[in-house]
Design a protein around this ligand. Structure first.
Ligand code: HEC
Ligand code: HEC
Length: 482
């Protein structure tokens, strides 16, 4: 049988089984099994061979029936897509464990029987993440817009503010390339910056992350060390990428170097090709970080040539980077107001696309187009279709442009600042690994880009890239082939 499997029985042309039927019948997901997505098929290579769903990752380790797979689905790029969430809700009348009040609903005390209570999960695949603000935060937080009534809650014992933000499940695959765990890095309990300690620290981080997930999402107790090791070993064996393009055919071919097997062979060390010049190998930053499809530049197939051209856009099209916290205010770089970069300035890990050093950035995805004063940011945000999220007013931070004054931020996700309480961290988060993108729209941590078209239009205005329609088309074709 051709390896084709869908846990949520969504995709028209594949062998579709419902999750319950699957759990009973299909314990094994064939290695390199293909899953359809709008632009072709993605696949996962597992170093341990076929994926055995008896692994703790697929087991109910908590009290609410959820497993890791509930939010990290192999057929959805190890995230979840709104289409499959909606189908699941309809099929189970909201009874699937995904729809738990704890973080599947917009608010934990919403009406569990009302479909609207899960609108952010259904429309964008967003999970509520509640973070307790440190007492010594440099700023104060108010809810300027509170559409669901639980933007800010208070810890009954410490009276600390508990802030609700809503985020997409980051893929639980391709993890051996991580430099930070979670959007805000909060599970990077041991740093991923040194080659000598990288493997042990990554395991420690992922183990800590898995324990938090069981206790949080699955409302369980601390898993056993054996269960955690089983999950982490499983995760670290996974590599996910697009394998076939509807237009350009097999992405892993004589001259195309896409697909998960080539990615599994891709070398990595922390800081590799660091855009800020700190690669421990001593090599300088090479902006042409992506080289999967250079062999297709002279292909006879026009669609293959487009993908190769899109890769060149990603590597070389000039992005005028301004107003990005983490870069333009970075003292180590002498706080340059303008950086002439490329997509790879921030997505520098070769053929992977995250940042090879932990460098959380605020590219302004969480800001409000109606309030934003920077016209580039405002017009860029208007290319997106953000969900109706709480908006936080953050005040008391120094205004870097007007010394002696303070400034106010409006953001739907204060990012790393919720952990550190530092003004300099407001809005900052990591750029995710960019492989397997086609399987997991919508994009950005809050699902504000419905598709790659919106995402590219955002960047085009955000960083004044002046991309032609042809360049945009090619760039999207390339991103869909990752
Ligand atoms: C209810 C949904 C849900 C469940 C269940 C869940 N996760 Fe997640 N996972 C998320 C969300 C949302 C994020 C991103 C949160 C953030 O960045 O703040 C995430 C992030 C992650 C990441 C970080 C990836 C990265 O790039 O940093 C890993 C690893 C992960 N989850 C593994 C697991 C494991 C292992 C389990 C089971 C023990 C699990 N998850 C269960 C929703 C879920
Ligand atoms: C100044 C740094 C920077 C530049 C330049 C940049 N990005 Fe990003 N990128 C990020 C950050 C940070 C995120 C995460 C933002 C978020 O989710 O809020 C991101 C997210 C993304 C995502 C979403 C991934 C996902 O899983 O949702 C894609 C796709 C992407 N970038 C592609 C590009 C492309 C294409 C370019 C060039 C046109 C580009 N980026 C330029 C920093 C950058």
């Amino acid at each position: 049988m051709r390896a084709s499997w869908s846990s949520r029985g969504l995709v028209a042309a594949c062998v579709c089984v419902s999750i319950s039927a699957l759990a009973a019948a299909t314990v094994v997901i064939p290695n390199l099994g293909r899953f359809k997505n709008p632009s072709g098929e993605a696949a996962t290579f597992n170093t341990a061979g076929d994926i055995n769903r008896k692994n703790a990752f697929f087991q109910d380790l908590g009290t609410n029936g959820r497993t890791c797979e509930t939010c990290h689905q192999p057929d959805q790029g190890f995230s979840i897509t709104p289409e499959s969430v909606q189908a699941l809700y309809d099929r189970t009348h909201g009874a699937d464990p995904l729809f738990r009040m704890v973080d599947g609903a917009n608010c934990p005390d919403a009406d569990p029987h009302n479909r609207d209570s899960y609108s952010l999960l259904l429309s964008r695949g967003l999970i509520r993440v509640a973070i307790t603000l440190p007492l010594n935060a440099q700023f104060t937080v108010l809810a300027a817009h509170d559409p669901y009534g639980c933007a800010i809650r208070y810890d009954p014992v410490t009276n600390q503010q508990i802030i609700s933000v809503y985020r997409r499940p980051l893929p639980s695959s391709n993890l051996r390339f991580l430099s930070a765990v979670m959007f805000d890095g909060r599970e990077t309990v041991a740093p991923l910056t040194d080659g000598a300690s990288f493997d042990a620290n990554l395991r420690a981080d992922l183990s800590h992350q898995a324990a938090s997930a069981v206790q949080g999402h699955a409302q369980g107790v601390m898993p056993t060390p054996a269960q955690l090791a089983e999950i982490v070993n499983f995760e670290l064996g996974l590599t996910t990428a697009q394998l076939r393009s509807n237009d350009a055919g097999n992405l892993q071919s004589a001259r195309g170097n896409g697909g998960p097997v080539a990615l599994a062979l891709q070398p990595y060390h922390p800081g590799t090709n660091d855009a800020l010049g700190h690669d421990p190998s001593g090599l300088p930053f090479a902006p042409s970080a992506m080289s999967l499809y250079s062999g297709w530049a002279t292909s006879n197939d026009a669609n293959q040539r487009d993908i190769a051209a899109g890769e060149v856009v990603f590597n070389t099209a000039v992005a005028t980077i301004t107003d990005v916290a983490g870069l333009n205010d970075n003292p180590a770089l002498n706080s340059p107001p303008v950086i002439l970069g490329t997509c790879t300035t921030c997505h520098d890990t070769p053929n992977v696309g995250n940042h090879s050093a932990p460098l959380p950035l605020d590219i302004a995805v969480s800001r409000q187009s109606t309030i934003e004063l920077n016209p580039d940011i405002s017009s860029a945000l208007q290319q997106l279709t953000p969900p109706d999220l709480p908006v936080y007013e953050i005040s008391g931070c120094p205004d870097l442009k007007h010394p002696g004054h303070t400034t106010v931020f409006y953001t739907s996700d204060p990012g790393k600042a919720l952990l550190t309480g530092q003004c300099a961290d407001v809005g900052r988060g990591k750029g995710p690994i960019l492989r397997g993108l086609a399987a997991r729209a919508p994009y950005f941590h809050n699902g504000a880009a419905a598709d790659l078209n919106q995402l590219v239009n955002f960047y085009n205005l955000r960083f004044r890239m002046n991309l032609t329609d042809k360049q945009k088309h090619d760039l999207i074709a390339f991103l869909n082939s990752l």
